[in-house]
Every structure is written in C-alpha cells, then in structure tokens.
Design a binder for this molecule. Structure first.
Ligand SMILES: NC(=O)c1ccc[n+]([C@@H]2O[C@H](COP(=O)([O-])OP(=O)(O)OC[C@H]3O[C@@H](n4cnc5c(N)ncnc54)[C@H](OP(=O)(O)O)[C@@H]3O)[C@@H](O)[C@H]2O)c1
Length: 281
C-alpha cells in the first residue's frame, strides 16, 4: 500500500473501500470481504446507515485496530456544536471503536462552524486522529479553512477522470489539505469510465482494465480513491492498481477527458440545497 501524509503527520492509505448505498444488512459481509482482500481504509458515513455493520466487520476481522484507517462523516441533521458532539459519540458506539481516524463534515450546510468546533474538541480529546470536510466547493472551503483553528486535513470531493477538480487544487494546497475522491469510477454514471475506450486502450499495455487505469490516475495525482463494489473480485481488481505507473503522456491524455471540472452536482444551486435540507436535513 502507498500512503499520503496529512498536515498533522498522520499517514493515510491512498486506496480505500467506500460503503455508500451498501444496505445495513450487507455492510458487514462487504467490509469483511474488503478487509480480507487487503483494504485497510474504510469510508462510511452517518447518513449511510451502515456504521454498525462496518464496526462489526472490523471487530470480527481480528485485524489490529491500528492497522485500519476508519473514516466517517457528520450528516447535516447533526450539524451544530452540541448535536455534532453527540453524533460523534454515537458513531464511535456504532463503529465499536474508541477513535475514528478521519472525521468529515459531510455537506457544507447548516451550522458547520459549530460542527467544526465539536470536531476540533474531539480531535484534541483523542476521539479522532484527523478532521476534514466533504463536498466543500472552493468558496465554502476557503471560508471555513480561513476562519478555523485546526485546518481541514482532507476535502472529500467527487473526483474522477471526467470530474478532475483541477480548479480547487491551489486552494486546497494553501491549507495543506489532501483531496479524497468519491465516485472515483463514476458512481451512478459508472459506464462512462469503466467502459471508456481510451482508458481500456491504455490499460491493455499493462494488463489492466479501464477501471484500474482510472484509479491509478487518481493515486498518481496523490488523491486518495475509495471505490465501492459489492463484488469481491471487483474489490480485488480495484485494489490491484499500484503495481504499474502511467507515463507522463498517458497522464496528459487522461487529463483531456475532463468534462465537468468541479463536479456534476452543483452544491450551490438553491434547488439542490432546498431538496437536500427538506428531505435529509
Ligand atoms: N462524500 C460524499 O458525499 C460521497 C458521495 C458518494 C460517495 N462517497 C464515497 O465514495 C465511495 C465511492 O463512490 P461511489 O460508491 O459513489 O462510486 P464508485 O466507487 O465510483 O462506483 C461504484 C460503482 O461502480 C461499480 N464498480 C466497482 N468496481 C468496478 C469495476 N472494477 N468494474 C466495473 N464496475 C465497478 C460498482 O458496482 P458493484 O457494487 O455492483 O460492483 C458500483 O455500481 C462511496 O462508497 C462512499 O464511501 C462519498
């Protein structure tokens, strides 16, 4: 495994396993499979309703806790200092652990400064080893990062060969914040990437699939990728991407696939914000 170093010196695996949309009853089996094939970073969230299954799989795995990098996220309904603090304790209970490796604010709405204060306290109390945000586009990210004491160590964003997030890179660099890619294979729009002919052609040279090239391209940029699959053979395939190196020309050719630099979801669209808050806030 390759690691990146966060601004506080913590080492984080560059590849992990994401559990969005894995139903609670399947989470334990999926995470057990992921750990058995070699993943040591697991990305969950309060809003995925599967923290308990993730915690069960880790507890049952027999793998020492310190070898696993566990990520979860505070959902918008728990934003604000008091609610966020209570939700962190609830996540710890569900995950059956006394610390979280990386805790993120899931969405940039509501009292995120209050949430951040609760996260800073949890960080200082040793309940979390690193703190960060998710889905904070450049302006919102800068606003939070500028005013808070402990700067966000990670921003988890939609990022893949078609959504390359070049625009936010200098802003993240200003605060030594690392990018973590959700939807690294395109998520719902997965076919565009895993069946992409250019990626497949590049992969054929290395005996790799288009999906593997897409993941290698992210990790070569120093971006942490957390592909999700319910299938063990795909979990293995997605992890097996660090034994080849794309050339500079191949990296440049893939850079040309960028279609929606800052993502397909416009987090600043009032209709989207209204929908999210009214349905999930
Ligand atoms: N912070 C956020 O707001 C946010 C939002 C979305 C996701 N995330 C995180 O990011 C993780 C990954 O994102 P994602 O789940 O949206 O999308 P993704 O990992 O880009 O894609 C997952 C899809 O790709 C398929 N797949 C996986 N490996 C494949 C392969 N080698 N070949 C062909 N198809 C493959 C999966 O199908 P099968 O399962 O059937 O194999 C699934 O349909 C999530 O699980 C979650 O942890 C975070």
């Amino acid at each position: 495994m390759e690691f990146i170093t966060l601004s506080n010196g913590i080492q984080m695996p560059i590849l992990g396993y994401g559990v969005f949309q894995i139903p609670p009853q399947e989470a334990e089996r999926c995470v057990a499979d992921a750990l058995s094939v070699g993943y040591r970073l697991i990305d969950t969230a309060q809003a995925y309703f599967n923290e308990e299954g993730v915690g069960d799989a880790i507890a049952e795995s027999g793998i020492p806790r310190e070898e696993i990098f566990l990520v979860t996220k505070v959902w918008i309904s728990n934003n604000g200092e008091k609610k966020a603090a209570a939700s962190i304790d609830e996540s710890l209970r569900k995950l059956k652990t006394d610390y979280i490796d990386l805790l993120l604010i899931h969405q940039a709405y509501g009292d995120v400064f209050g949430t951040w204060r609760a996260m800073e306290k949890a960080y200082r109390d040793g309940k979390v080893r690193a703190i960060g945000v998710s889905n904070f586009q450049a302006g919102r990210f800068f606003d939070l990062a500028h005013y808070v004491d402990v700067k966000p160590m990670v921003n988890q964003l939609q990022c893949n060969v078609m959504v390359q997030q070049r625009g936010i890179e200098p802003i993240l660099a200003e605060f030594y914040t690392k990018m973590m890619a959700w939807g690294p294979l395109g998520g719902q729009g997965v076919d565009g990437i895993v069946k992409n002919e250019k990626l497949a052609a590049i992969g054929s040279k290395y005996g790799k699939s288009a999906a593997q090239v897409a993941l290698r391209w992210l990790t070569q940029r120093g971006i942490v990728a957390i592909p999700k699959s319910s299938h063990k053979e795909r979990m293995e395939q997605n992890l097996n991407v660090l034994d080849f190196t794309l050339t500079a020309d191949e990296m440049a050719a893939i850079a040309g696939l960028n279609e929606h630099d800052s993502g397909l979801v416009n987090f600043g669209d009032p209709q989207f914000v209204k929908y999210l808050i009214e349905n999930y806030g």
